[in-house]
Design a protein around this ligand. Structure first.
Ligand code: PNS
Length: 160
């Protein structure tokens, strides 16, 4: 069984992430979308909220599972029988960080490969950070995110 993990902060998940999840789900038997419990990043949504939003947004994709994880990604992956890490690449600016992370993960666990997938053109410029900023400043964000994220962001925008 070809099992891949797509890790990330997903704070919150947007259409670019979903594009990558869909592509991965066509390539692999099972894709585990793993929301990082990353204390260093000041997340807008709790890990539980992020998991729930991704679950709703990926509900129609049968071979996609959603979970959260703590600690090293490669340890989580190997203990769950996962052979590949999927990451989305949007632009050259992503490359340095992604390249470093892929090589670091390979150094930590040589059996786990990193696969880079490129979202379609209409989703390539999306970023969670910018979408949160647009929501905070009262802009229109609905076209960039699935419905579950739009609802969560609307609650946040009225709170802010
Ligand atoms: O969406 P992001 O914030 O770019 O995702 C980064 C993430 C969560 C994939 C990365 O920070 C990660 O894998 N964190 C888990 C801890 C770990 O394994 N760190 C070593 C990476 S070389």
């Amino acid at each position: 069984m070809r099992k891949a993990i797509y890790p990330g902060s997903f704070d919150p998940v947007h259409n670019g992430h979903l594009d990558v999840i869909e592509r991965a789900s066509r390539l692999c038997d099972c894709v585990v979308v793993a929301v990082a419990n990353n204390d260093q990043k000041n997340a807008l949504f709790s890990v539980q909220e992020r998991v729930e939003i991704v679950k709703e947004a990926t509900g129609a994709m049968e071979n996609v599972e959603v979970t959260s994880f703590d600690g090293l990604l490669v340890n989580f992956a190997s203990s769950h029988g996962i052979q590949a890490v999927v990451r989305g690449l949007r632009a050259v600016s992503d490359f340095e960080y992604e390249f470093q992370m892929a090589l670091m993960n390979r150094q930590l666990h040589s059996e786990i490969e990193t696969l880079f997938l490129i979202p379609s053109q209409e989703n390539i410029y999306l970023s969670s950070r910018m979408i949160k900023e647009i929501a905070r400043l009262g802009g229109k964000f609905e076209d960039f995110v699935p419905e579950a994220t739009a609802r969560a962001l609307a609650r946040y925008a009225t709170r802010a």
